[in-house]
Design a protein around this ligand. Structure first.
Ligand code: FES
Length: 236
């Protein structure tokens, strides 16, 4: 395995107790070849007591992707609620492309086969400006009280983003249709799906998943959460 060198940012990677031996070996290599601390006794069941937005130093959480399809999104969401700014990493120990795609669309920031997670995570951490992802407050929660549909548009790192509340969910997508670039913020939204105003492609507001063409790829999505009276977005 090739591990990127030269990363000295440090921080802690929390690893679920239930990961496979191959995942453990892969992350041991990350531990030896970087300044990241790797803790192998993470228990998802007590996670709420151990992680919070205010806890410093946790850069990633690594868990096995459940084989039960209905549990995949639930697990990603549970971790994000406890720690919205850490990288949520899922390891897959079966050659199941459908499960892989589902995990990516359900909110896992990084999905890898179990023996490759160490290198994949180190590359991902090295590519970020800092090991810790910083959430950016984009509006006061009070501004959105009682509002449904488009909540607003804003720019992060030169990209236009749009946020919606629909179908009981908050979602943030890049504000450009992948078909030919129309502003999705000008489209209708219903039950958590936005319709492009130009040719009618439809996308899930949380995952960016293409629900209907003519666009043939998903739209980039961003983690978003409501906490301490503000709406926060995590640039990726
Ligand atoms: S630009 Fe969105 S469907 Fe064509």
């Amino acid at each position: 395995m090739v591990i990127d060198q030269g990363n000295d940012k440090g921080g802690t990677v929390l690893v679920s107790k239930t990961v496979s031996p191959a995942t453990k070996r892969s992350l041991q290599i990350l531990k030896r070849r970087s300044n990241y601390a790797v803790s192998f006794d993470f228990d998802v069941e007590v996670m709420g007591d151990r992680l919070d937005l205010g806890v410093k130093g946790v850069v990633a959480v690594v868990v096995p992707v459940p084989h039960e399809v209905e549990k995949v999104a639930q697990l990603a969401q549970t971790i994000k609620e406890a720690a919205p700014t850490v990288l949520v990493c899922g390891c897959i120990d079966v050659p199941d492309q459908r499960l892989w795609l589902l995990a990516e669309r359900s909110g896992f920031n990084l999905v890898s086969s179990d023996g490759a997670i160490g290198g994949a995570l180190l590359r991902r951490l090295a590519s970020a400006d800092t090991g810790l992802r910083e959430a950016i407050a984009v509006m006061e929660t009070s501004e959105t009280a009682g509002r449904l549909g488009l909540l607003g548009t804003f720019e992060i790192d030169g990209k236009s983003l749009a946020i919606w509340r629909s179908g009981g969910r908050l979602g943030c997508l890049e504000n450009a249709c992948t078909h030919s670039g129309a502003a999705l913020s000008e489209g209708d939204v219903e039950e958590g799906v936005v319709t492009c105003p130009r040719h009618g492609s439809r996308f899930d507001i949380c995952s960016g998943e293409r629900v209907r063409g003519p666009a043939d790829t998903d739209v980039a999505h961003y983690d978003i959460f409501d906490k301490d009276g503000r709406i926060w977005v995590v640039p990726s």
